[in-house]
Design a protein around this ligand. Structure first.
Ligand code: UD1
Length: 432
């Protein structure tokens, strides 16, 4: 059970290379199940979630080759996935329990093999997170679905049928899953109220390279003309906007200046706008985005999480950490998940002044200084928020349960040390 130790108070300065996006990589890996040819993904992030997904894929019969790669002069991974024959149609509990995104095998397996058994993920640290939209949409496409012994049993006679589906809620996962189901369906599928996150755009790009016929990229109405067969393709994963947004806050919270190499301004408009309103200079550069907080004072600003292009829920905890040291107050409203303030009590142990109202909103009043403490978080983004608070705090902060961070932040200590942070990993064994 590793820990991360931070001595706070250092102004961060320099550049950080932004890795490939975790939330793009995971559905892209599963899209490779739709063909018996090779799908090669470059700019893959080196993360435990990718390892977990690869383990599930191998269990299904996928042959995986990995290569060390250099993209734009930085280390990354290239993986190639080939599934000549499906050896299993089951995503067992132990995989799904470890990583919810395992449910991305649902659409592809049903489309290719007409049958799948997926352990239901259940709730998690940030909310109930049901899968009803995924399942009812597949039913509209002709699948028979049964829940038995904690598993979804989905089956279809022949091919899935194209359908006109209106999602009752904007869901990233359901949009990806149904896209992957529809590309091999018989006829045309229309998805209304589809999620527009950049990671979905990346999935559409790969699927179209594989021979799918999807129109409507970047909009909330997607039209998919089913085809009989898909083929192999090579695709470069987009940069991780959440990693970029997280390091932007690292610059802001330490009064520093960091260039986020490879960050895509078009995917970060709302978070960067909020930073500007808080008094941080943010500007696009030839190589990415420059975040400069060396001159101005931070001031509070309200934040409301929304589906893309709104403010991402995956940056809510990090921005809340920033608000704790800004002048004045900011109200944080979480509209996507019902239980995503688990970082609040930990931030308060470091001296933050936060008042939570119900499940959805919190007032954060700026305090002059946070002070280091032993903290732990229950999820990935909340853990990064504690790292950020530690970077700004006086004294030493120890963040426990680092495995959360390793799921989604590649080389976190190296990247932060590279811009001047005093941060180290303490390797430990035993209970945490
Ligand atoms: C994905 C991201 C996650 C991000 C979230 C919202 C991945 C691997 N994960 O999660 O990091 O925080 O998008 O941007 O990409 N819902 C239902 N029924 C469903 C599906 C969803 O009620 O069948 C609800 C959820 O409980 C949640 C909301 O819809 O309240 C949005 O969830 P969704 O967009 O599906 O999130 P994920 O795809 O799980």
């Amino acid at each position: 059970m590793d820990k991360i130790k931070i001595k706070g108070g250092k102004r961060l300065n320099g550049e950080i290379y932004i890795s490939g996006a975790k939330n793009a990589a995971l559905p892209l890996i599963c899209a490779s199940l739709l063909t018996d040819e090779t799908v090669t993904l470059t700019n893959m992030p080196i993360l435990s979630d990718v390892k977990s997904m690869n383990a599930l894929m191998e269990q299904l019969g996928t042959k995986i080759d990995s290569f060390d790669d250099f993209i734009d002069g930085h280390e990354s991974k290239t993986y190639s996935y080939r599934t000549p024959k499906l050896e299993s149609l089951t995503a067992p509990y132990d995989y799904v329990r470890k990583m919810r995104a395992s449910y991305y095998v649902l659409g592809p397996l049903l489309a290719r093999a007409g049958k799948v058994e997926l352990s239901l993920p259940g709730g998690c640290a940030i909310g109930a997170r049901p899968m009803d939209i995924h399942l009812s949409s597949l039913e509209e496409m002709g699948a028979k679905i049964e829940i038995k012994n904690g598993y979804v049993d989905a089956e279809v006679d022949g091919r899935l049928k194209g359908a006109h589906i209106v999602f009752r809620n904007v869901s990233v996962g359901a949009t990806c899953n149904i896209l992957m189901a529809a590309v091999l369906a018989d006829g045309i599928t229309v998805l209304e109220n589809a999620a527009k996150e950049p990671e979905i755009g990346d999935l559409i790009c790969l699927l179209n390279k594989m021979g799918a016929k999807i129109k409507g990229l970047g909009t909330s109405i997607l039209t998919i003309e089913g085809v009989d067969k898909l083929h192999g393709a090579v695709h470069k994963v987009i940069p991780d906007r959440i990693e970029a947004g997280s390091y932007a806050v690292a610059a802001a919270i330490t009064g520093g200046k960091i260039e986020l190499i490879n960050a895509q301004p078009s995917t970060l408009k709302t978070p960067m706008q909020i930073l500007r309103k808080m008094g941080v200079d943010v500007s696009p550069t030839e190589r990415g985005i420059l975040v400069d907080a060396t001159h101005k004072k931070l001031v509070g600003e309200d934040i409301i999480t929304e589906p893309f292009p709104g403010f991402p829920t995956d940056l809510q905890a990090q921005y809340m950490a920033l608000l704790t040291v800004a002048e004045g107050a900011g109200m944080v409203t979480e509209t996507i998940f019902e239980n995503r303030f688990m970082h609040v009590p930990e931030l308060m142990r470091m001296g933050a002044n936060i008042n939570v109202h119900g499940h959805a909103s919190a007032i954060v009043r700026g305090t002059k200084k946070l002070s280091g403490a032993q903290v732990m978080a229950t999820d990935l983004r909340a853990s990064f928020a504690l790292v950020l608070a530690g970077l700004a705090a006086e004294g030493e902060t120890v963040v426990n349960r680092v495995y959360h961070l390793d799921r989604g932040y590649e080389k976190i200590e190296q990247k932060l040390r590279g811009v001047g942070a005093d941060i180290e990993r303490i390797k430990e064994t035993g209970e945490d």
